[in-house]
Write a protein that binds this ligand. Structure first.
Ligand code: PLP
Length: 348
């Protein structure tokens, strides 16, 4: 792998930060409707929420155009990435993914006994689909694609990805992590979910942590073939990890379309502000389809984080291809202004 992260430095004491831009959280959430629903359900917390969870799954099934049997819920999509990895790699094998990409599934695959076959992103930061297909061998148990990708924020061409998933899933299941897809105007059209209804062995992960602003309330789901979910759910129960109030909050948040639109719009405005800031400073960046922006910095990651933290700004730093990079999450516009002035002090 040719990227690494500076972790301990990335999470300073939250209370001391003026702008917390280090975990791709949605600064506007949860939606007021979700908060009300959550509050109203706290006294039900002596019960398991199975019936209510099935109601939520029904609602998600309608939204995604699939059957309830095609859905597995979890306390955030991390849980489902990890459970998928534990089940798929129980007998070893390898996982093919881009590098750099989101490491949650890959790390659990490795810990479970699998090896990782990283395929560098292309120069335009999209997935090297040809390279990934060539990397698949008889031991490959899963291909992991994060689209849009984290930590780069970049997208892979829709038609090429549909083609890749359709063909490759005949040989090996393809896991597509769409955590940030909702920040696109036309997210539904860009999702790989319709491949599930076409019978393809793809697994799509979605989360309430990003556009819904519910990172701390922990709800996510995967959409896949029933037979694939059977393998995972035979030994694990994702729904067991979701709290009663969070089930209600997720359902209410799905109805709050205005909140999602607001998050999308303000996120896009902040992205434009950061682009303009970086342009003015003479810095380049990876054009983002997400709620964060990755850009190269001329400073070693650890000291950059220390200096930004001293300014009250939490961001992330990566070493990618032996260069230093900053990943900044979109906060409120006020937070982005604090970030911009901190950056000018730290980097100039
Ligand atoms: N997938 C990607 C690409 C992410 O960036 C994240 C969180 O940042 C997740 C999955 C997991 O999010 P959660 O477990 O909150 O759904």
């Amino acid at each position: 792998p040719f990227f690494k992260e500076f972790n301990a430095e990335a999470f300073p004491d939250t209370a001391k930060l003026l702008a917390k831009l280090n975990a791709n959280e949605n600064p506007y959430g949860p939606s007021p409707m979700a908060v009300e629903a959550f509050k109203g359900a706290t006294t039900l917390g002596n019960r398991y929420a199975w019936k209510e969870l099935f109601d939520l799954m029904d609602k998600i099934a309608v939204k995604e155009g699939v059957k309830i049997e095609n859905i597995m819920m979890g306390p955030g999509s991390s849980d489902l990435l990890e459970k998928t990895a534990m089940v798929m790699f129980a007998k070893g094998g390898n996982v093919v993914s881009a590098d750099p990409s989101y490491m949650s599934l890959i790390k659990v695959a490795q810990a479970t006994g699998a090896s990782w076959k990283p395929v560098p992103l292309k120069d335009d930061w999209s997935h090297d689909l040809k390279g990934m297909e060539a990397a698949i061998d008889k031991d490959t148990k899963l291909v992991y694609i994060c689209n849009p990708n984290n930590p780069t924020g970049s997208m892979t061409d829709h038609a090429e990805l549909v083609d890749f998933c359709s063909r490759v899933s005949e040989k090996v299941p393809v896991f597509v992590d769409e955590a940030y897809l909702d920040f696109l105007e036309d997210a539904a059209k860009k999702s790989m979910v319709s491949l599930v209804t076409q019978g393809k062995d793809v697994i799509i992960a979605r989360t309430f942590s990003k556009i819904h602003g519910m990172a701390g309330l922990r709800v996510g789901y995967i959409v896949a073939q029933e037979s694939t979910l059977d393998k995972i759910q035979d030994i694990t129960r994702g729904g067991m990890g979701i709290t009663y109030p969070s089930v209600y909050a997720a359902s209410a948040s799905m109805d709050d379309i205005a909140f999602q639109e607001k998050s999308r719009k303000l996120n896009a405005e902040c992205r434009e502000f950061v682009y303009a800031t970086l342009d003015k400073m003479g810095y380049t960046y990876v054009p983002s389809s997400t709620s964060f922006i990755l850009f190269p910095i001329e400073m070693e990651g650890k000291s950059f984080l220390e200096k930004m933290t001293a300014q009250g700004v939490g961001v992330r730093a990566f070493d990618i291809m032996d260069k230093n990079w900053c990943r900044v999450s979109m906060g409120t516009m006020d937070e982005m202004k604090i970030f911009a002035s901190a950056l000018q002090k730290v980097l100039v």
